[in-house]
Design a protein around this ligand. Structure first.
Ligand code: FEO
Ligand code: CA
Ligand code: CA
Ligand code: CA
Length: 593
């Protein structure tokens, strides 16, 4: 990479124009091809995708909907051959199913859903593991791979591990052990551990629950804090465990970080309860100076928190098996940002401070099940929707994407969340003392306040070198490449809000150029940008285009019949399809110089 003025690795590419249209675009000199689409085969004998003949059986073998996190797992250390683990966060019924938009209008979002459609939706959630290889003609999915796997909300048995496993609050009629859950839901971003496992984050789990808790039920306070029932999906009409009246403990079995071994298609996914229960955006890891594993996590809700988990045990680079349960024991903490630029990680440990029986915590199981309420009692700082929180492997500083918070009032601002009606979000940089990630007292700074710097009232702070194309709003996912350069993906830009589609931006963090942003990739209309993930050699970038066509440039909702784009197929009768895109430089070099 070209050295940036004043030090640090710079970016070297010709900037892409900001804008909105039906296609995707990448910076000149690079190539962006669709690798896999919703409905493409993952498992053997998957039928080819037919939008008019969708079924649970087909969807269980095909690539799921709304690809979000993408993780690259090398095979034999290769940057040209590996596995991709992909989250399928949620479903857009109005775009997926013929006639659904009209039925939703008539019968409501919960009422229109037949049992068969509910089962298709559950099979379209979860994740996929595919084998990919770079050949003469570019990257391809390897057909018939022995690693190929579909993980779904309805068909994949998972194990609960850690302090809450087996607790009575996690027991249900179908699982009297409190240790076995069927499926994962709303898996948003994630991470990759040093031992090569996939961390998949259950985010907005509340939306899948309907019905009412029995009168005076002990979980009422817990569920109110998480917005359960969210009533966004009609699954509970057909599948009892999503109906609170029938299975009141089921929501306690979601909202966890899930660890999956992508190299073993038979491995049972583990819900690691030690990492807390909240609307997990993702989890990104780094090693502390003494070899413990440190994971950073955001809870994506207005006025919720940033968390850290430090394992009790140490990572062993020579013994993969010895690392596989490291995430079951350690200390979960929540961040308090102080006005003087310092910050403190407050431990969420049963028996310490207010986390006692007096406040309804009888054990560490209660602390992790009600992580948010425990963090409230400790006085953590209420943030503007924490999304991806990721350490830079080169500088060891940690970056948190705070996507927006239009509900923050002028009398609720603080140094770390300085804007009322924060429509465009900001990025916080956290610095451990001496690079020691296990330390509790850190310093912090704001890297950039987002939005259009040419409108004074917005108060954006992109550096002067940022062009009219280079600024963005609503940072969401992020990634660091091998050179330690920050890439930011957005969710919420549109013709009406920012005059541009969501996409990927390159942001300098060091030296004189700090805070300079440049536009690299642009989504088709209605889509958000997810999953930035680089191969170790920095020559390939995987991106996930989520919910293309969801909304047009005038803000009208797209439907199966009238989507805002038919990306990426552009065939009459074919709905838009969330897809993973693979980006390379045309001359084969490192992305963005
Ligand atoms: Fe699924 Fe926080 O975005
Ligand atoms: Ca990330
Ligand atoms: Ca997102
Ligand atoms: Ca988001």
């Amino acid at each position: 990479a070209r050295a940036a003025a004043g030090g640090g690795p710079g970016f070297d590419f010709e900037e892409l124009e900001a804008g909105v249209d039906e296609h995707h675009h990448v910076a000149p000199g690079h190539d962006a091809q669709v690798l896999i689409r919703w409905g493409d085969p993952v498992l053997p004998e998957a039928p080819s995708f037919d939008p008019m003949a969708q079924s649970e059986a087909a969807q269980r073998r095909q690539f799921g909907y709304n690809n979000d996190f993408v993780g690259y797992f090398p095979i034999d250390g290769s940057s040209g051959h590996g596995l991709l683990a992909v989250n399928h966060e949620y479903t857009n019924e109005e775009l997926m199913f013929p006639g659904a938009a009209a039925r939703i209008t008539r019968e409501g979002r919960l009422g229109y859903l037949t049992r068969e459609l509910a089962m298709v939706e559950m099979a379209a959630h979860g994740g996929s593991i595919i084998e990919v290889r770079k050949g003469e003609g570019g990257w391809e999915v390897v057909p018939g791979s022995r690693f190929a796997r579909r993980i779904t909300a309805s068909g994949t048995v998972m194990e609960l591990t850690g302090p809450a496993a087996g607790h009575s609050r996690l027991r249900t009629g179908a699982d009297p052990s409190g240790r076995e859950v069927l499926g994962m839901i709303n898996n948003c971003a994630g991470g990759v551990t040093p031992w090569g496992t996939w961390l998949s984050a259950e985010e907005n789990f509340h939306g899948y629950f309907t019905g009412e808790l029995p009168e005076g039920h002990a979980e009422a306070r817990n569920y109110a804090r998480y917005g359960v029932p969210g009533n966004s999906y009609g699954w509970g009409r057909h599948v009892e465990r999503f109906d609170l009246a029938k299975e009141p403990n089921e929501p306690n079995r979601f909202g966890w970080m899930v660890e999956i071994d992508p190299y073993d298609p038979g491995a049972i996914p583990k819900k690691r309860t030690a990492l807390g229960r909240f609307k997990h955006e993702g989890a990104n890891t780094i090693l502390s100076r003494d070899g413990r594993v440190v994971a950073y996590m955001g809870d994506d809700e207005r006025f919720d928190y940033i968390y850290r988990f430090v394992t009790a045990g140490r990572y062993d680079p020579d013994d993969r098996a010895a690392n596989m349960d490291l995430l079951d024991e350690g200390t979960l903490s929540v961040a308090r940002f102080d006005e003087d630029g310092s910050m403190e990680w407050l431990p969420l440990v049963f028996g310490e401070g207010p986390l006692t029986p007096q406040n309804g915590f009888e054990s560490q199981a209660d602390v992790v099940i009600e992580t948010r309420r425990a963090a409230d009692l400790l006085g953590a700082t209420k943030m503007d929707r924490p999304e991806d929180v990721e350490p830079n492997p080169r500088t060891r500083k940690v970056y948190a994407m705070l996507t927006n918070n239009t509900k923050r009032k002028a009398d609720q601002t603080d140094a770390a969340n300085p804007r009322a009606d924060n429509r465009f979000g900001h990025i916080i940089e956290m610095t451990p003392p001496g690079g020691d990630h296990a330390a509790d007292r850190w310093s912090w700074d704001i890297l950039v306040r987002c939005g259009d710097p040419s409108i004074a009232e917005v108060g954006a702070t992109f550096a002067a070198g940022t062009s009219e194309h280079g600024w963005f709003g609503m940072p969401d996912n992020c990634a660091f490449d091998a050179a330690g350069r920050l890439w930011v993906a957005t969710d919420g830009n549109s013709a009406l809000k920012t005059g541009r589609s969501d996409g990927l931006w390159a942001v300098e963090t060091e030296g004189e150029g700090r805070g300079t942003s440049r536009h690299f990739f642009r989504c088709p209309v209605g889509a958000e940008m997810c999953g930035p993930s680089f191969t170790p050699d920095g020559r390939t970038l995987f991106l996930a285009v989520q919910h293309p066509g969801e909304e047009d440039a005038q803000g009208n909702e797209g439907t199966f019949e009238t989507p805002a784009t038919r990306w990426p197929d552009f065939e009459e009768g074919m709905p838009p399809r969330p897809s993973v895109v693979v980006v390379v430089r045309k001359d084969g070099g490192v992305i963005a110089g």
